[in-house]
Design a protein around this ligand. Sequence first.
Ligand code: JCF
Length: 670
Amino acid sequence: MNEDIKKKAAKLRQALHRHNYLYYVLDEPEISDAEYDRLMQELIALETAHPELVEPDSPTQRVGALPLEKFETVAHTIPMLSLENAFGEEEVLAFDQRVKRFLNTDSPLLYTAEPKMDGVAVELVYENGRLVEASTRGDGYTGELITLNIRTIKTVPLALLNPVSVTVPSRLEVRGEVFIPVEAFKRLNKERLDKDEPPFANPRNAAAGSLRQLDSRITATRPLDIFCYGVGMVTDLEFSSHWEILQSLKALGFRVNPDIKPRATIEDILVYYRDLLDRRHEFPYEMDGVVIKVDDLALQRRLGEKSRSPRWALAYKFPATQETTRVLKIDVQVGRTGALTPVAHLEPVSVGGVTVSRATLHNEDEIKKKDIRIGDTVLVQRAGDVIPEVVKVITTKRTGVEQPFKMPSTCPVCGAKVVRLEQEAVSRCLNANCPAQVKESIKHFASKGAFDIDGMGDKSAGQLVDKGLLKSYADLFVLDRATVAGLERSGEKSAQNLMEAMARSKQISLARFVYALGIRHVGEHIAHVLARTFKTLAALMSATAEELMAVDEIGPQVSQSVRAFFENPENRRNIERMLKAGVKIETEGAAAQEPLAGETFVLTGALESMTRAEVKARIEALGGKVSSSVSRKTSYVVAGKDPGSKLDKAKELGVRILDEKEFIEMVSEK
Ligand code: JCF
């Protein structure tokens, strides 16, 4: 192999590692996205031409690899101990006293404290500056090897940064906590709900589940992040304090929590704790307490460990968001799709400052698995924005009078027969006219991403259905003002507002309209895809299963569900009635606003007037798609300065090539 090519690849890898760090860890990029992409493309081209150059720590290898059969286990060189917990200031002050007594000193000690992350503890092993192994904490002594999954996390360095101040150690074990930031968690769960997948109960479960994937390509799609907080075995480096370790980790390219309190007295740490407790919801990540560590490593060594935890550290936990209470009764709610969800009514209890009187029990199997009975004393928890849930039954509190729950065989709302399909965990009421389903489908129809009718929530929809004034969402637009004004707790003014909101909502994009219909498996995203592809309602309604399946991202399940919906005569009638009542689907408007709908662009080289991110956003705003590789399906290749191999490929396949001027013209005149 040509030495120059080898050197060139190494240089590219190093540059990409650095820019990845500047972008993801520091959020301070030094080069444009276009430039970054150019470097990446260059490396991909080199590695494609010389596959023997590919190394596991190459920046090109973050996309995930083929699935494993199972995880191997690995022993930690130095055990990953857990932390002793404290739940009040007295316990923290007692810890400080204990440490001083142990060290036989009266002088104040300095502690470094950090938010305690509620995620998954991992260890990353670097040999000669490269990530070679990553594992979970496991039982503290052996963990599972999850190297492929860890590699997909953008904020984990695949190779150490090499600033002059820090030597590259031949072996470096770094410890940290993998987590999912709060906003990313909400987005992830929303996407899952849209796809009819069960949401994660909390960010911790989501992070753990994502790391436990045998298929790292799935992990690669999850918004995982990491904060590193310590080291295991380290060669060639000397540290004298915990704070210094954190600084060195930062210098080596690791992400270290920016909200750490360095070297403070125990009193100041208590102030820090109170402040974090007050402001915990302002942070982009969830924390469940504060970790307090003796800063001086010489003192840490003298203190040593007890069997399970170090004597030099303490986890001062936030007040529990789990409490025990009693299940008073279990009833069943009927959702928009007829799914029956058992809900526990609880003796009200304050969980982390919020009163909880109900908890979802998910479905029948979940109740069986946890063996939850009416009258049971249970542990309930509330995590973030999530609906409270029952963690487990305190079986020692059983008296023998507790009653097991049985799923009703008829719908508690309409009395229709309840059916549980074989492959499904849920039982359903199959009566499409069931008032509960109608209420929920109207609420969905009026919700933000759909018709966005302010004022058509629980109360109004509930009353209108109960009074027999609405039998489906299609009746909404024929409501008159007098009827609306006649609702309880609805004066003239709010009736007027609701009528105006409905009138305003009648002008609607095809994507919102399709989402509003409440077709199973069609969430906001899929509705957009369908609208973009078929452009008119008529075209979508008459699309065959094959035509639907041919669309990127649409599989047999969605295709079938869409077909079934539009084949149902009642649904077709409802749509007709809405159109008659003045609902205007902005078919042409949408087409005019999305002139690039159906077109796929590939970018290569840098534009002078726009960054790559801007180009992408502009194309997508106009309804087009950006793809990373050129194929016969590519509509245009946009070639800037220093284009890469994609330009050659485009020429080879006869794909239309736009230069910067042509591209700007295309996206600005419209
Ligand atoms: O954030 C955490 N969950 C966390 C756990 C932070 C730390 O600094 C830790 C830890 C577990 C053990 N430090 C040790 C020694």
